[in-house]
Design a binder for this molecule. Structure first.
Ligand code: SF4
Length: 325
């Protein structure tokens, strides 16, 4: 295995999140497991499409892995984020884990990136109330597009997702950031944007993050909007603070403190690429290394792993073949 021998398979990063800064990720999934199978997902096709919650590993084990990771890599990061290869609210004890993290790492905000599909369930809503930031996504302003973009588990209906998002707002006192991901020619017409705007007024998030495809998605035919096009969409949301999510650039901070060994560096790069496609700049940002070193590591990894690259928005992204179709 890539990392089990080093004992930190549940933790990855920090990755440069375009919205949250430098994000240390908690990935509770051994493989892609989600209630959606989004066409734009950076993690590739969903292997297990489910709405069944699970409880393993225990919050105590995840916390101990987290501490182990920090002790091996005293990384600098801005936020602890539940993300990775699946929908975090499928993890039933997520509330307990959030509480433990906040107790032991009080200076770091905890963020949950969720597709919102389970928020119709009151116990799921309750479980993430203590997170500092919750960012549900809303990619479709109507049922038919929801099926086309998110390809949900058959038991999930768009109107219930919407109800869950509205109900959560009434209960949640933290930073509610609604993410709207726009795909060129699919959900970015004036009609769609007006519908999104109406829905946002009903949901009442603190912030709307307007974003687009930044890395290769599951379907290779998808196209992103330009920053100018995204900026143009902001006018549709006059009632709620709305931001265009641009590139997060902050590099060369020496996160590892000292040059990591070749094996450790390659191991960390492989772990990142198993979760999401990354450019050389992403790798350099995440690991605090020079781009040349990232390049050298990638060239070496290519000889041992099924690594591919794809260009999007003028940038080359690397990914492991098993993570994308
Ligand atoms: S983008 Fe998120 S919600 Fe969609 S399939 Fe991937 S992990 Fe699941």
């Amino acid at each position: 295995m890539i990392d089990s021998d080093l004992g930190w398979s549940l933790i990855f990063g920090p990755v440069p999140s375009r919205r949250l800064g430098r994000s240390l990720g908690i990935d509770l999934f051994p493989y892609k497991m989600c209630s959606f199978d989004c066409i734009y997902c950076e993690c590739g096709p969903t292997k297990c499409l489910t709405v069944d919650q699970f409880s393993e590993p225990s919050p105590e084990i995840v916390l101990s892995r987290f501490k182990e990771f920090i002790s091996v890599f005293p990384s600098s990061f801005d936020v602890i984020t539940f993300s990775g290869r699946g929908e975090p609210t499928l993890y039933r004890p997520i509330g307990d884990l959030i509480e433990m993290l906040k107790k032991d790492f009080p200076s770091y905000p905890v963020a949950v990136l969720t597709n919102g599909s389970l928020l119709i369930n009151p116990s799921v809503r309750k479980s993430i109330l203590k997170a500092d930031i919750v960012s549900p996504s809303l990619d479709a302003p109507e049922e038919s597009l929801f099926k086309e973009i998110n390809r949900p588990h058959p038991s999930i209906e768009w109107r219930n997702v919407l109800e869950g998002l509205i109900a959560f707002r009434k209960e949640y006192k933290g930073n509610y950031r609604l993410e709207v991901l726009l795909l060129k020619g699919i959900n970015d017409t004036p009609y769609h944007l007006l519908r999104f705007s109406e829905l946002a007024r009903r949901i009442e998030p603190d912030i709307i993050d307007l974003t687009t495809l930044a890395r290769p998605g599951t379907l290779s035919s998808l196209r992103e909007l330009s920053v100018d096009e995204l900026e143009g969409c902001v006018d549709f949301f006059p009632h709620i603070p709305c931001y265009v999510v641009g590139d997060y650039v902050k590099r060369g901070s020496g996160l590892l403190g000292k040059a990591p060994s070749e094996r450790v560096l390659e191991d960390r790069i492989i772990r990142l690429l198993a979760r999401r496609p990354c450019s050389l700049e992403d790798l350099a940002d995440s690991l605090g290394i020079y781009i040349d070193d990232a390049y050298a590591a990638i060239e070496h990894i290519k000889n041992h792993y099924p690594l591919r690259s794809r260009e999007i928005g003028g940038k080359v992204y690397y990914f492991l073949v098993s993570s994308l179709s």
